[in-house]
Design a protein around this ligand. Structure first.
Ligand SMILES: [Cu+2]
Length: 220
């Protein structure tokens, strides 16, 4: 005899595949839903994302509270993710992995976003004019494995020194499906100071140039 609870589980497991799985960043660790998000955006929104972590923003039942901002990290907050904070250095190249079980063609970029002002800091680090094209037999390898290189100077270094301010945000909009995807990686960029920086000054120029060349290659 099948228990009612088993039937519910069966129904859920049969139902989920069709409704789930579009895309998300799997590495570095991206913001997850939690109690702070539940307070801001409602428990239903948290439950929906917990049930399908690849869900587009448009499908999440967000509360209409003014404290909830769906289009910033799909509502996920630093308060729930402090333990996932990444520490980077200027000019560091950061490899990413994305999971895209259901592709939808459209633009994509990875940018540093200041979450306090909800604005992009500096230039996008990586831009795809056309990403996740479902008409292709196979997605290009760089759709699911790519890297970005942090700048060696400028606004990112100035704005992203304190935990909870900056994220690396992967943004993808599927044109046909009209679905938006965002994954956010919390990070700080740590600039070495004092004696060490003075000692490294001589090689600083070379490092800068390498960083820029690396970034240009990235965009091609
Ligand atoms: Cu989708």
């Amino acid at each position: 005899m099948i228990q009612p609870s088993a039937l519910v589980l069966l129904a859920v497991s049969l139902f989920t595949p069709a409704a789930s799985a579009h895309g998300e960043i799997t590495s570095p660790p991206a913001r997850l839903p939690g109690p702070a998000m539940a307070q801001a955006c409602g428990q239903q929104a948290v439950n929906a994302v917990l049930a399908d972590s690849t869900m587009p923003i448009e499908s999440v039942p967000f509360s209409s509270s003014s404290s909830c901002n769906p289009f910033l990290c799909r509502g996920a907050l630093f308060a729930d993710n402090a333990s996932l904070l990444q520490r980077f250095t200027p000019g560091q190249t950061i490899p990413f992995k994305a999971s895209i079980p259901i592709p939808h063609e459209g633009p994509c970029n990875v940018s540093v976003v200041n979450t306090q002002t909800n604005s992009v800091v500096g230039q996008p680090l990586l831009v795809f004019d056309s990403y996740a094209d479902e008409r292709l037999a196979r997605l290009p390898a760089n759709n699911t494995a790519f890297s970005v290189t942090l700048p060696t100077d400028g606004e990112v270094l100035k704005e992203c020194g304190a935990p909870g301010v900056c994220v690396l945000q992967w943004f993808w909009f599927g044109e046909g499906a009209r679905q938006t995807y965002e994954s956010c990686v919390d990070f700080v960029v740590e600039v070495s100071t004092g004696v060490q920086e003075g000692a490294a000054q001589g090689g600083g120029e070379k490092l800068n140039k390498c960083g820029r060349v690396g970034k240009r290659r990235q965009r091609r």
